[in-house]
Design a protein around this ligand. Structure first.
Ligand SMILES: [Zn+2]
Ligand SMILES: [Zn+2]
Length: 465
């Protein structure tokens, strides 16, 4: 059999902006065999793209396998839908992500069922699809090359974005052909509050490589991070005897916020008599799992895990208190109870601790002026509370840190930019072209497949769905 035609892989991102992460990769081998795999399979959370949740721009039953970078809903939320639509391949992920995934998928199922019921729409998938998906998950160790098909090896590299988060290296080989090496950064951070991150192995740095990189904060400098804001805001609100609501994501962010509160207590900046409340079933469940990991202690003193009974009493006291609650963007979870209640009270601070996507309550409140009326879950409320946003806990690398990551690679051919708002992807693309020694730079979205060979991008192909 002649090897006249060279192998290549066509890559398309299903998500135009941040949420709904999912790459379709179609590998054509010289023997005309086709291997299809996807990387991540997340939920669309931006209102504008919510309708994309119903289907995939590809047939699911001929996908061979899936790679999962980390356990965030914008990367995992539609995994069960894949199985409902006929996918029966394995999901390769890190061992930690494997241990966290059942909680995430079962929770997404409940949240989505509620949303679709509210919108009077048919459920996306059933509980049995969640169970089936979980049976196909395989946990992989970090830094250990694993063979997944005769021509494809994968390696999970350490990543500070979240417990268990990985960058995934995909090495494609074929006899007498130059290999194709792809690195999917997933959501990336160069540091983590709880654990150390090892450097990328030298043999990976030396590979001829195409990197598919996130750009959530591709336009933002590390200088724009305000590391004092959270402390100043919380301490001031405590001195004014306010109730402080801290919406936080259930995994990672909640625990970071608790650790930060503990640090403030330990350094005597925050009075230990101020009660700390922690609400959110999923956040509680993750916290219980994480307490068994070998990470630093993060629970502050005077902490109460809140159930629905305690929640009700919290709404009826004026005392100074700090409530860490899910969801991080304010739209789901007990935040749906606290925010409508406390938003109209001048004696409260609502301090968002993470990214708020367009169309979420967190973002709506940002856009509303003080004294404006806002509609929250059907309730009309006046914005009297102090609503603020801090960026110090960000789990995403900033522009300089993303560039620093790319600079680690000695033979970088192409950079493909994903997971960012449109204008941020553009700004980051320009920065990469200006500062990095790279053959070509592309912006991924649903409009193009990029054909990648051993030496980087060969061409782009328009998609029409
Ligand atoms: Zn993430
Ligand atoms: Zn993400």
């Amino acid at each position: 059999m002649g090897n006249k035609c060279k192998m290549y892989v066509d890559i398309m991102a299903c998500n135009p902006e941040v949420t709904g992460s999912c790459f379709l990769c179609v590998l054509k081998l010289p023997d005309r065999q086709t291997i299809k795999f996807i990387v991540d399979c997340g939920l669309f959370q931006e209102e504008e793209y919510f309708c994309f949740n119903n289907d995939f721009p590809f047939e699911c039953d001929n996908i061979d396998f899936m790679l999962l970078t980390h356990n965030h809903v914008d990367h995992t939320g539609r995994i069960p839908l894949l199985y409902k639509k006929g996918f029966r391949g394995k999901i390769y992920t890190s061992k930690t992500t494997k241990s966290l995934l059942p909680l995430a998928l079962n929770d997404s199922y409940k949240v989505l069922s509620e949303i679709y019921k509210r919108k009077n729409l048919k459920r996306l998938y059933e509980e049995k699809d969640v169970d089936m998906a979980l049976e196909y998950v395989e946990g992989i160790e970090f830094n250990k090359k694993t063979n997944v098909t005769p021509n494809i090896d994968i390696t999970f590299l350490e990543n500070g974005h979240l417990f268990g988060a990985a960058m995934i290296l995909v090495e494609i080989s074929y006899p007498d052909q130059q290999p194709i090496n792809l690195l999917f950064t997933g959501d990336y951070n160069n540091k983590n509050y709880f654990f150390e991150i090892g450097d990328i192995p030298k043999e990976v740095k030396d590979l001829r490589l195409s990197v598919i990189i996130e750009s959530t904060y591709g336009d933002m400098s590390v200088k724009e991070v305000n590391n004092d804001f959270f402390q100043k805001k919380v301490i001031q609100a405590v001195s004014e005897r306010k109730t402080i609501i801290l919406p936080a994501f259930s995994l990672g962010r909640s625990q970071e916020v608790l650790l930060e509160i503990k640090n403030l207590q330990d350094s005597n900046v925050l009075d230990k008599n101020i009660p700390i409340y922690f609400d959110g079933k999923l956040a509680h469940a993750y916290t219980r799992i994480l307490l068994n990991f070998e990470i630093k202690e993060f629970l502050p003193s005077n902490l109460t895990f809140v159930d629905s009974e305690i929640r009700e009493t919290l709404l009826n006291t004026e005392d100074t208190k700090i409530i860490v609650t899910t969801s991080g963007m304010g739209t789901y979870g007990p935040a749906q109870v606290y925010i409508p209640y406390f938003i109209s009270k001048k004696q409260s601070l609502i301090l968002f601790t993470g990214y708020t996507a367009d169309g979420t309550l967190g973002q709506e409140l940002k856009e509303a002026k003080q004294g404006d009326f806002v509609k929250i879950g059907g309730l009309v409320c006046k914005k009297n509370a102090d609503v603020a946003y801090c960026n110090q806990f960000s789990a995403h690398a900033k522009q300089e840190e993303l560039i620093e990551l790319l600079n680690k690679f000695n033979n970088l051919r192409s950079v493909l930019i994903n997971h960012g708002e449109k204008h941020k992807k553009q700004i980051f693309a320009e920065k990469v072209l200006e500062t990095i020694n790279v053959h070509n730079v592309a912006i991924l979205d649903r409009e193009y497949f990029f054909r990648i060979g051993s030496f980087g991008i060969i061409k782009s192909l328009s998609t029409k769905f």
